[in-house]
Design a protein around this ligand. Structure first.
Ligand code: NAP
Length: 513
């Protein structure tokens, strides 16, 4: 059994997590999903330096394990493995890759409860949300198992009878996949599914806070029979991450980089990639406007507000951030939001059944959220509810509503990434569109209106990549996910998700009699 092949430290981690879960009546079916080693070239390995870093549960600060603190040398080894594996993986047929991806997906489905428990343990996400993320995450492997068989070329009408023009799509090569902590499973599968289906191999660099989910995904890739080197996971602490990132973006053996994370880091990686003209996909930060027009269905608007603002405690890139309510509905909307927060949100340990808001991921993030609220209040924002750390202590911050908010405040200018809603009043459609578009980010936006003409006008004029119209939950594997402006380049999911991992090769077949 897999469990006996693991190191002593891995077994300690298992015992720790098992204890953690048994206390609450949960049990792992396959403890072998927990790894404390990186995954390179089909082997579970320590860092060449022998260094490790701790993974903690943000809910209680307890250390739940240690993983290798890898550096440039380990990263180069992983890239070499991926490069070697690419030589044969690129020549497998789309059907062969599809069969392996399907096996990987099936294993994720079979192990979804364990994957969700690991996710909750390292990210603090309420278990119901973790289950949702695992379902969403595995759906990308299923989708690309199917979509990979439809990466078609083109035969283009030629201007000369002696020539044929043929365009074929080829995998670009080794890709570096750098992912954040807020969706430790789905942000990996959304990239890796598309990359592998296209015929690329990959090196995954998960966030420091959430490496265990990445390693569990790799474990299932191994069990599904993906050849050694096709999937590699390099774990690194925040201090080693810049050096690891440098290699991932500049190695001549890397053909492309796909990054999900903050705009600041995205810009840095974009610069690094320019030296080697790497193909790049960037899924970056947002600052989503959420607009409620007078004609809106109030109940739908409040439901949309609750899900778009408080899913993952407000720590999603598409969380509504700048909330605008028109003067005719403003008072009713604010009062209904306050009531919904009081009645519907339960904060605490994500393993408890009733909890639907967990902690902020780490100390620097909660300090940032606190700073944004305090600085906004200094500039005149009023705290309608919350506005401080939760009595649970640690990394818990109270669900908060700020009113009397204006455009110069940090709660409007910055991506809050916490359970804080900053609500502004507006008078006209023209005014709110001007305010909503006065932003360098353009990931998601939401609006609620029952005026048919207004729906079309506003949908066309909002400067974002994705819009929820009378809906606060927009993520789906079938949809093209991505932003404009400083929110990114490229799209993930949908049939467009393979574009970042393929290039077009033009074959000019001449001399035809
Ligand atoms: P982050 O600080 O940019 O980190 C994201 C990833 O990049 C982590 O793995 C991080 O590693 C790594 N990283 C940081 N500095 C790096 C460097 N110099 N070289 C290479 N890698 C580096 O973002 P985050 O705080 O984890 O995530 C929150 C942000 O992600 C928000 O802005 C959110 O909007 C955005 N996001 C966007 C999407 C989308 O689809 N558009 C989805 C989810 C999140 P360490 O953990 O070791 O620092």
């Amino acid at each position: 059994m897999q469990i006996f092949r693991q190191s002593r430290r891995a077994l300690q981690l298992q015992r720790h997590l098992l204890r953690y879960d048994f206390h609450r009546g949960h049990g792992f079916r396959y403890a072998s999903l927990l790894h404390q080693e990186g995954y390179i070239g089909g082997k579970w390995v320590s860092a060449l330096s022998g260094k490790t870093f701790a993974v903690t549960n943000p809910c209680n600060g307890k250390v739940i394990g240690h993983v290798p603190d890898m550096d440039e040398a380990d990263t180069k080894t992983a890239i070499d493995s991926a490069y070697e594996a690419f030589q044969s993986w690129q020549r497998t047929t789309a059907k062969e890759r599809s069969i392996l991806l399907r096996k990987w997906y099936n294993l994720m489905e079979e192990n979804k409860e364990d994957l969700a428990l690991i996710l909750t343990a390292e990210a603090g996400k309420p278990l119901a949300e973790s289950r949702g993320e695992i379902g969403y995450g595995s759906s990308f492997i299923e989708w690309f198992a199917e979509e990979g068989r439809r990466i078609y070329g083109e035969v283009v009408p030629s201007p000369a009878s002696s020539k044929e023009i043929i365009l074929i799509r080829e995998p670009i090569g080794v890709v570096s996949l750098i992912t954040p902590w807020n969706f430790p499973n789905a942000m990996i599968t959304r990239k890796a599914g598309a990359a592998l289906a296209s015929g690329c191999t990959c090196v995954i660099k998960p966030a420091e806070d959430t490496p265990l989910s990445a390693l569990a995904i790799a474990d299932l890739a191994e069990k599904a029979g993906l050849p050694p080197g096709v999937v590699n996971v390099v774990t690194a602490s925040r201090s080693n991450t810049p050096a690891v990132g440098n290699v991932l973006c500049t190695s001549p053996k890397v053909a492309g980089v796909s990054f999900t994370g903050s705009s600041a880091v995205g810009k840095h990686l974009y610069r690094l990639c320019s030296s080697g003209i790497k193909k790049i996909g960037l899924e970056l930060g947002g600052n989503a406007p959420f607009i409620v027009f007078d004609s809106a269905d109030l109940n739908k608007a409040v439901d949309g507000f609750m899900i778009s603002k408080f899913r993952n405690g407000g720590q999603t890139c598409i969380s509504s951030n700048r909330i605008y309510a028109q003067s005719g509905i403003y008072e009713k909307f604010v009062a209904a939001c306050k009531e919904a927060i009081s009645k519907r949100l339960v904060m605490g340990d994500g393993l408890n059944k009733d909890v639907n808001v967990g902690p902020i991921i780490n100390q620097s993030q909660i300090d940032k959220v606190e700073g944004i609220v305090n600085d906004s209040v200094k500039l005149g924002a009023e705290v309608l509810m919350g506005g401080k750390r939760h009595e649970l202590g640690g990394l818990f911050y109270e669900p908060t509503i700020l009113t009397n908010v204006s455009s110069e405040m940090p709660c409007v200018k910055e991506e809050i990434f916490g359970p804080v809603a900053a609500i502004q009043k507006f008078e006209s459609e023209e005014e709110v569109l001007k305010k909503a578009n006065a932003c360098q980010h353009g990931l998601a936006g939401y609006f609620f209106s029952q005026d048919y003409s207004q729906v079309w006008r506003v949908a066309r004029r909002l400067e974002v990549g994705m819009i929820g119209i009378n809906d606060g939950l927009i993520s789906a594997v079938e949809a093209a996910f991505g932003g404009i402006k400083e929110s990114g380049i490229g799209r993930e999911g949908s049939r467009h998700g393979v574009d970042d991992y393929t290039h077009i090769k033009y074959l000019c077949m001449g001399g035809i009699n």
